[in-house]
Design a protein around this ligand. Structure first.
Ligand code: FPP
Ligand code: MG
Length: 326
């Protein structure tokens, strides 16, 4: 069963609200490249994980105003989708989910403008709630977007940095991935009137779930097939991303010098051979165990929320995240 069905959330309503973000901007004609590119992007799919988390969060509050929740859910997807437009330009990835990335279709310059417009539109939309001095609006926009930028910057500044520590890797991964998920759950909860304490527990749950998700995604770069990944295995290593499996493999004195010698000009055959050596060691198993520990910690938080019927949604998220990568 798909995640939205398991959570009993209508993807149709989420998608309609996402499209409304552009449609309701009177200054953007529907037939413009801007509007059409964004609708095409939205129509190209995606699991809508972040909007689903906003809705799940709202189920922990006594008074979910459905219209407000859908809008916040749509804003969360807009932030994510805009960040991926920028990410594909930065990573030089021509494809996203097996289809041409935005910059492949419209060119880099137009794609940058479209991504920037999407971020700005989210801030405009969510400002309506900031005016009511509702703090969750700040969480979703300023905090989450700032963290995404910092995470990307940290990733860039640690490219081919084999002296990176596990803590630095975790901080970058939280900024890039888990804090937005955490903010989605907390935003939904606060917007529905949940207490700060419950919203805080949901934030911690989302943080651990998201971090576990990012670590599994990084592991998949070694263990996944090209078909599964939509790009050749070892792409992160080739792009200088020092992820948790690499940090563990660097502890192997025989393998460490070969990993350290990888740079922007290393031949693909050498990278493939290092990927095979990393896969053959204990790094994948240790990485998997780290990710599982985080999932178990998240499960512990969910257990504390047994007084809420929506606890079952947290268990559904855990089951979903435990079974797959990005
Ligand atoms: C995917 O990483 C990328 C992210 C989770 C965040 C990207 C964020 C930015 C580029 C910041 C942009 C923000 C502004 C305001 C300009 P990945 O490359 O590891 O995953 P992938 O395999 O899905 O591409
Ligand atoms: Mg990328």
């Amino acid at each position: 069963m798909k995640l939205d069905e398991a959570l009993q959330i209508s993807l149709h309503s989420i998608n309609r609200e996402i499209n409304n973000i552009v449609r309701q901007d009177k200054d953007v004609p529907r037939s413009s490249l801007l509007a059409e590119s964004i609708s095409g992007l939205i129509a190209s799919g995606g699991k809508r994980l972040r909007p689903l988390m906003v809705v799940v969060g709202s189920r922990f509050g006594p008074s979910p105003d459905q219209r407000k929740i859908w809008r916040l859910a749509a804003a969360a997807e807009f932030i994510h989708a805009a960040s991926l437009i920028h990410d594909d330009i930065i990573d030089g990835s021509p494809l996203r989910r097996g289809k041409p990335a935005m910059h492949t279709t419209v060119g880099v310059n137009a794609a940058v403008h479209i991504g920037n417009y999407m971020f700005a539109r989210v801030i405009e939309l969510v400002s309506a709630y900031s005016a009511e001095r509702e703090k969750y609006a700040y969480d979703l926009t300023f905090i989450a977007i700032t963290r995404l930028c910092i995470g990307e910057y940290q990733q860039l500044s640690h490219a081919f940095d084999y002296g990176m520590t596990v803590d630095q890797y975790l901080e970058k991964s939280r900024n890039k991935t888990s804090l937005l998920m955490a903010a989605c759950l907390r935003t939904g909860a606060l917007a529905a009137g949940a207490s700060g304490e419950i919203a805080g527990r949901l934030y911690e749950f989302g943080d651990k779930l998201g971090l576990s998700f990012q670590i599994r995604d990084d592991l998949l770069d070694f263990t996944g097939s090209e078909e599964e990944l939509g790009k050749p295995a070892g792409s992160d290593l080739r792009n200088g991303q020092v992820t948790l499996p690499v940090l563990y493999a660097l502890e192997d004195p025989a393998l460490a010098p070969r990993i350290r010698s990888i740079g922007p000009d290393t031949a693909p055959q050498e990278i493939a051979s290092v990927v095979a050596a990393i896969k053959a060691g204990d790094a994948p198993e240790r990485t998997e165990a780290f990710s599982r520990r985080l999932l178990n910690e998240a499960r512990g938080i969910a257990a504390e929320l047994s007084g809420f019927p929506a606890q079952r949604d947290l268990l559904t998220l855990l089951e979903y995240f435990g079974g797959r990568g990005r």
